[in-house]
Design a protein around this ligand. Sequence first.
Ligand code: CP3
Length: 346
Amino acid sequence: MAEMKKLLRSLNGETLDVPPIWMMRQAGRYLPEYRATREKAGDFLSLCYTPELAAEVTLQPIRRYGFDAAILFADILLIPDALGAEVGFVKGEGPKLSTVTSDADFAKLGDPGDIHGTLSPVYETLRILKRELPSETALIGFAGAPWTVATYMIAGHGTPDQGPAHKLKDENRGLFEQLMLRLTAATIEYLSAQVEAGAEVIKLFDSWAGSLEGADFAAYSLAPIRAITRALHDRHPGIPVIAFPRGTSPENYVNFAKNSGVQAVAIDEHADAGWAARELQPLVCVQGNLAPGHMVTGGQALVDDVRRIRSAFSGGPHIFNLGHGITPDADPENVALMIETLRETL
Ligand code: CP3
């Protein structure tokens, strides 16, 4: 039997001497080859929906760095697009969407079962990747968690404090919960199709979980992720799930690790590695948590922090990653330095 891929071994609970590594936003604007392909595609959504180009940008960081995993090139806002919201990416401004703030807006959204027409190019991208990836590289599919996707659908754009989504939740909870249920159902359909097309691991991005407090965190971050994870496990026994409830409190991270059913919890750079090794690693594999700023500044501080994090998590299952996505101003040389440092013999 072929040796199991490193990422899958960590997700299986194994403690490895050198942990597997990949990077959030590893295909992106810091790479000149990404910018060239992006130019060819025209707009960002065309890049996501052209399987040959989306597969090409997925493979670029694998060729350059030999990461242990490739993450499908797509975006969390493809689900709103497939549900019939208008979605566009404006250069320098980020995403712009039609908003959902009334029953009439909600009534215009499509059914979860109808998303596959729009999303079929994404499944084709996965099939291409399955053929073209090196045999040791794991293939990660992903979606946004319902809360994070809802924050964009309600506001119509990114927001620093998710104010519009909190307002709808507090003033029209019925509508807010209908939207959350629609997103949960659509996400199950989408991720299940991704697994059928070749994804070996699923990641759920709850990038704005940090603004949900107390009972809201349990109801709108943890519960939908648990529902998605359960449905995926029912349909595809053994499929590992990584979830990223970014910016939540230590107490919520522990509750999440105990009760979400996921195989790995990704932590942001603000979570203390020693704490996470003690409190989370006995429960789940932990992914993280190098500060993305090191990819801009590099040097000895980068080397020291890579060693510190590797050592903090050396007693349990760990996936090395950043605490959030790499930024466009990062230096590709610093990514190489991170990987070299991680893989050195100590
Ligand atoms: O390499 C990978 O990580 C895979 C592809 C990927 C993208 N977005 C490509 C992308 C993934 C996994 C995402 C997830 C995503 N998208 C999240 C969750 C993760 C996180 O960073 O918190 C969120 C919140 C989005 C929504 C989104 N997409 C925003 C807010 C923006 C604009 C802001 C920005 O960074 O420009 C995008 C656009 C986007 N998605 C880009 C990329 C490479 C840049 C678009 C470009 O090339 O112009």
